[in-house]
Design a protein around this ligand. Structure first.
Ligand code: NAD
Length: 417
């Protein structure tokens, strides 16, 4: 990972580019560059051995001009305030691009979840949510899953929030298990959205999806589901990876079998039909048609962008590419679908979940997937039109659309008092 430039530097540089092109009022530009509210917390938890440990966590709420805050919660050893702030900012633009009525937020706890038991993770989640209670809620800020948090974590959040309210509040969090009001299709929504946008990109390039080769970095919720959908569509999944490294077979891997192997052994490595074990860095440079980074930030940098062979990059992860790398990829004519568009299927179905909870309805998987596809195609189209009009690349076009809509909302609301 490139340590020279952090995610917040990337997010701010992207905002600067959009602000200049949109000729934003300098005051609005500064407004957009800072979160509205940041809450830092020291979370005490009792370890299973009886010791007390204090973990640092935060919730960053960027801008809520278009609706309540919305954003995932990440448990990871690298979590810091700058990273969470960048992720909150990207959430704001993302919600505006798919035109759903939310503002951006993000939460994180600096910890290594692999070293915590389920009971410790539950105590951590409940205590963390307890410390955020006055700042979150169905019409204030609605959390969701992100790295190393999942449907179970969201169930604990719903329960903790509901216990303090005194009644059940499923609409306080999304990404819940279906039995607790979770939406059909939420688990794979981010990946489904990524694949829809890749399909749209391939149409524009005149490329057939069937038989093309994809490499997926990260084999968690988003990476595994992207690999699965790709495989089901007839795309050859030639490589996948997780935090320990990757596996490669130019003839194709069966992601279902890799998933079973990872479930048993904890890693994709050691999978029997893989030809080679590779590093995460090597995966990015493989000979493939489609590359899906689905792990962490700052993976494609000026150091490796020149070596990327894919024709399409679908950014499932948030912030995987630095601005310097963007320039190199553009010169190489690689079609890059930016994170704030490509991975917006997750928040879109989270929005569906929230709407279903507020109205006490439950939609079918078919309804969810049809609505998701419609929104993703419209967003892809809106960004493409901006790209053509402004004669720019897709990331810049997506930023122009997202930042522009949020700036307009702020100006229309006016400044109180
Ligand atoms: P996850 O915790 O389910 O999976 C993360 C994966 O990344 C795991 O396979 C892990 O082994 C791998 N990983 C961790 N460190 C790595 C490293 N140094 N190199 C390579 N791989 C590494 O998380 P997720 O929900 O799948 O999220 C993945 C990415 O997608 C993140 O950037 C997240 O912000 C983004 N995203 C997620 C959602 C969502 O709905 N979950 C929505 C939008 C964007």
């Amino acid at each position: 990972m490139n340590k020279e430039i952090g995610p917040l530097d990337v997010a701010l540089e992207q905002l600067d580019i959009a602000a200049e092109m949109l000729e934003l009022d300098p005051g609005i530009h500064v407004f957009l560059s800072r979160p509205k509210r940041t809450l830092s917390v020291s979370i005490p938890i009792r370890r299973d051995n009886g010791n007390i440990c204090i973990l640092w966590g935060c919730r960053v709420q960027h801008i809520d001009a278009r609706g309540p805050f919305k954003g995932g919660i990440r448990y990871h050893p690298n979590v810091d305030l700058a990273e969470v702030t960048a992720l909150a900012m990207w959430m704001t633009w993302k919600c505006a691009i798919v035109d759903i009525p939310y503002g951006g937020a993000k939460g994180g706890v600096c910890c290594n979840p692999k070293e915590l038991s389920q009971a410790e993770l539950e105590r951590l989640t409940r205590r963390y949510i307890n410390m955020l209670l006055d700042f979150i809620g169905p019409h204030r800020d609605v959390p969701a899953p992100d790295i190393y948090t999942n449907a179970q974590t969201m169930a604990w959040i719903m329960d903790t929030y509901s216990r303090f309210k005194g009644y059940s509040v499923p609409e306080c969090v999304t990404g819940k298990p279906i039995i607790l009001g979770g939406s059909e299709g939420r688990v794979e929504a981010t990946s489904r959205g990524v694949m829809i946008s890749i399909k749209e990109a391939s149409k524009r390039l005149g490329m057939k999806m069937k038989g093309t080769k994809v490499a997926v970095q990260g084999f968690g919720n988003v990476g595994w589901n992207a690999a699965k959908i790709a495989f089901d569509t007839g795309i050859k999944v030639i490589a996948v990876s997780d935090s320990r490294g990757g596996i490669h077979n130019p003839q194709g891997l069966n992601p279902y079998k890799v998933f079973e192997h990872k479930k048993k052994t904890g890693s994709v490595q050691g999978f029997k039909t893989a030809r080679n074990e590779i590093t995460n860095a090597e995966l990015l440079e493989l000979d493939c048609d489609i590359l899906i980074p689905a792990a962490l930030e700052n993976q494609i940098t000026k150091l490796n962008a020149g070596k990327i062979k894919a024709k399409i990059i679908g950014e499932a992860a948030n912030g995987p590419t630095t601005p310097q790398a963007d320039k190199i990829l553009r010169e190489k004519d690689i079609f890059l679908i930016p994170d704030i568009l490509a991975n917006s299927g997750g928040v879109t179905v989270s929005y569906f979940e929230w709407v279903q909870n507020l109205t006490r309805e439950h939609w079918t998987l078919k309804q969810v997937n049809e609505k998701l596809e419609k929104i993703m195609i419209k967003a892809f189209d809106d960004v493409s039109k901006t790209m053509e009009k402004e004669k720019t690349d897709m990331r810049t076009a997506a930023l122009l659309l997202g930042v522009g809509r949020v700036a307009e909302a702020i100006e229309t609301l006016g400044l109180w008092p």
